[in-house]
Design a protein around this ligand. Structure first.
Ligand code: GLU
Length: 469
């Protein structure tokens, strides 16, 4: 049973635009989106672009494109952290005033030296608190020409504990945490600080993100407490691994979401796949996003790392291709067919052709490849022709060609006519179907011959046969 959270749900997806939207990010976005949808809440998109060296406009676009393709529409944003600098400065100033942060004039060299000393003494390296104000403590004289960083006054004692919705209770002793730098000498704020301020300002109630962020959470919680912000719930999703149990990488196939439409995957298949990769609803494997949003809860998130399985994704894609409207499939397949030189003039309607072929294809690209036989001139292999267009079969094909001219143009009537011709000549279906396939399509593998003939149309079938008879 999922009980509704006390206040309206507000979730966010907060990618750093440093590459493309990868599968792990897409899953995080999907779960955050679905949780908001489940409760009629709000899904916020926030672009964490403060790493100026690694953030690019192309990467922002790649994220927006990926989200759009998946249909994970945000209700608010995108908010860009780079456009919120004034707000962060304001909070830093407030914290300095409140005494929850302080100026630190230790130089980077001094900080490194203190860390080195601690390492040598077998301690965990951290800032030693030289500039941390305490009651009755005299601070060193401020160096003349040095700009300070601002450090967060992390609690010295006690611990930070949260009940992670994926991993259970996680507790970190405050003495493990440093007095984090929240603003650099030039005043620019640092990562964990911006995230905390944003989650506060954006009223985020549930933070779902990759478990590479577990170490950041106690820091963010302490900052949120210091600024008087309510704490969101946190859920850290385990990594997605490749099929060999190693971290998912290019070696395992595409890791960028937008490579999947290029390979002919449907968004509903990708979403269905990602939904199950880290969450479960009994044994249900195939479901729509509407169903997912109804079912999705935080109780059935999987704590162990999931392995990406290309075969299962392909299987789901086949399922969703079968469900898809043929006209939509035609729109998706057409660019590839055109690129492959398909000629559509006078050829059967693409949507109908794809409807015939879609049972057996895993991707749109496979579907387009399979459809090509309808959109090019047949060029049967000469050896295959010799093998199948035998003297015994020639007169039968001639009879068949004659009947083609007048038979009622339906699959059933064509099929019945073929059977009559075969029976009259004491032949079996393949003896007629194989040469027919070669002459009409140029290949031996085709869907059912009666359906193929019907789709090509009387004129094309007659014209193609006429070349041989
Ligand atoms: N920007 C972070 C990332 O791309 C996510 C931060 C968060 O969700 O708190 O990994």
């Amino acid at each position: 049973m999922t009980t509704a959270p006390a206040k309206p749900v507000r979730t966010r997806f907060a990618p750093s635009p440093t590459g493309f939207l990868h599968l792990g990010g897409a899953r995080t976005a999907l779960y955050s989106w679905a949780y908001a949808r489940h409760f009629g809440g709000t899904f916020v998109l926030r672009i964490e672009d403060t790493d100026l060296e690694r953030s690019t406009p192309e990467a922002v676009q790649a994220i927006l494109d990926g989200m759009k393709w998946l249909g994970l529409n945000h209700d608010e944003g995108p908010f860009y952290q780079m456009q919120r600098m004034d707000r962060y400065r304001e909070v830093v100033a407030q914290m300095l005033q409140d005494g929850t942060a302080y100026h630190c004039y230790s130089s980077p060299e001094e900080v490194e030296a203190m860390r080195e000393r601690m390492r040598a003494a077998g301690e965990k390296p951290r800032y030693d608190g030289t500039w941390r104000p305490e009651e009755g403590k005299a601070l060193p004289p401020v160096p003349a020409d040095r700009k300070p960083v601002v450090r967060f006054k992390n609690p010295l004692d006690g611990e930070v504990s949260w009940n992670d919705v994926v991993k259970g209770t996680i507790t970190i002793a405050n003495k493990e945490l440093d007095d984090l730098v929240i603003a650099r000498p030039d005043g620019t704020p640092t990562y964990n600080f911006c995230v905390a301020v944003d989650d506060w300002d954006m009223g985020i109630t549930h933070v779902l993100r990759g478990d590479d962020h577990v170490n950041n959470t106690p820091r963010q919680i302490n900052i949120l407490r210091a600024i008087g912000a309510p704490l969101p719930e946190y859920g850290h999703l385990p990594m997605i691994l490749g099929s060999d149990g190693q971290k998912l990488s290019k070696r395992h196939g595409a890791v960028s979401v937008m490579e999947y439409p290029a390979q002919g995957y449907l968004p509903e298949a990708m979403l269905n796949y990602l939904a199950r990769l880290g969450w479960s609803h009994g044994d249900d494997e195939v479901f729509s996003m509407q169903q997912f949003c109804e079912w999705f809860n935080l109780e059935h998130l999987t704590a162990s790392a999931a392995q990406f399985n290309n075969e299962k994704l392909a299987w789901l894609n086949n399922h969703w291709i079968k469900q898809a409207d043929n006209a939509r499939l035609a729109e998706l397949a057409k660019p590839k067919l055109l690129a492959d030189g398909a000629q559509f003039d006078g050829a059967p309607e693409l949507a109908t052709v794809l409807g015939l072929l879609k049972e057996r294809t895993n991707t749109i690209n496979e579907l387009a490849d399979a459809a090509m036989l309808f959109y090019r001139q047949p060029q049967p292999d000469a050896a295959l022709m010799t093998q199948h267009f035998t003297d015994a079969v020639k007169p039968v094909l001639a009879q068949f060609a004659e009947r083609i001219a007048t038979v009622e143009w339906s699959k059933e009537a064509i099929s019945a006519m073929m059977k009559e011709v075969l029976a009259a000549n004491g032949l079996k279906m393949p003896q007629l179907a194989m040469p027919l396939r070669l002459m009409i399509t140029g290949q031996l593998q085709t869907p059912a011959i009666d359906a193929v003939l019907q789709l090509f149309g009387r004129e094309t079938v007659s014209a193609r046969l006429a070349k041989y008879l």
